[in-house]
Write a protein of this length. Structure first.
Length: 286
């Protein structure tokens, strides 16, 4: 059921993103935006739509928010891949945007994808509480969330000592976890409901996701990952694997999945698909 639901969300969200750019001019920056929006697991969009369903909100009334978080995520990847950041030339099995076009086009495409995310979050279909959604996405993506995490990551590259476990947990809570929190709580925000159980769920889920990424960076298949692996170890960066070891990291990820499942107890069986999502993040191969 989970795999089918995720596949359906992937198709629906891609359709929404394609529609959002359908009438834009024939320019390299627009082509680069469309290119950056192709593929991916769409797990963040999935969480938005499942959170909405959990609160009785129809898929069509939340789709703009699901597309918005994927546009925001795509922008972050385009900029992360730049030579001044992580300097990657492969993403989702394809050349990164700055490699396929050039750095200036990649910067502008990322900028435009970020503004597209907020345009989508202002869509009237999201109802009267969409301004609350815009506020949540702003905090999750800016200097309190994703950007903060990325800044801490860059600073760690030139630090005199490797990050501690607490420091890397804080870093990843921003870089990866903040958008997961937005996604998992979006439905509750739109419904005006209590977001705390889903915040707890997302905190555990986001951290488990990052630990799984660190594990895959060590023992994953580059062909399935669609990107270069082993870069963190080569750069001497502290990761959950370097700090906990492979066995310890896998154990911690499993514990976090249990925490995520426990956070969903108030929703009963209605949250089973979200429980499946938590299990998925540590079993995926890419």
């Amino acid at each position: 059921m989970f795999a089918e639901r995720l596949k359906r969300v992937q198709a629906k969200v891609q359709e929404a993103l394609d529609d959002a750019l359908a009438f834009h001019p024939d320019l390299p920056v627009i082509h680069a935006m469309r290119y950056a929006l192709q593929g991916g697991k769409r797990l963040r969009a999935f969480l938005v739509l499942e959170s909405a369903r959990l609160h009785g909100i129809h898929e069509g009334e939340a789709m703009a928010a699901a597309a918005a978080v994927e546009a925001l995520h795509a922008y972050s990847l385009v900029h992360d891949d730049l030579p001044c950041m992580d300097d990657d030339d492969l993403r989702r099995g394809q050349p990164t945007v700055h490699v396929k076009w050039d750095e200036a086009t990649a910067v502008l495409a990322g900028d435009a994808l970020q503004t597209l995310a907020f345009e989508l979050c202002c869509d009237p279909s999201l109802g009267a509480r969409r301004i609350d959604l815009v506020t949540a996405l702003s905090k999750a993506s800016g200097a309190e969330g994703m950007v903060l995490g990325q800044a801490l990551d860059i600073a760690a590259e030139t630090a005199t000592a490797p990050l501690t476990l607490d420091e890397i947990t804080r870093l990843q809570a921003g870089k990866t976890g903040a958008l997961f929190t937005f996604s998992a709580t979006a439905g509750a925000i739109l419904a005006g409901a209590d977001t705390r159980p889903l915040e707890d769920y997302a905190r555990a889920l986001g951290l488990a996701f990052q630990i799984a990424d660190d594990i895959l960076d060590v023992e994953g298949d580059p062909a399935k990952a669609g990107k270069k692996l082993g870069k963190d170890a080569a750069a001497g960066k502290a990761t959950f694997v370097s700090l906990l070891g492979l066995k310890g990291a896998k154990s911690r990820a499993r514990d976090l999945v249990t925490e995520a499942e426990t956070a969903l107890l108030p929703y009963g069986m209605k949250a089973d698909t979200l429980r499946d999502a938590a299990r998925f993040v540590i079993s995926r191969e890419m």
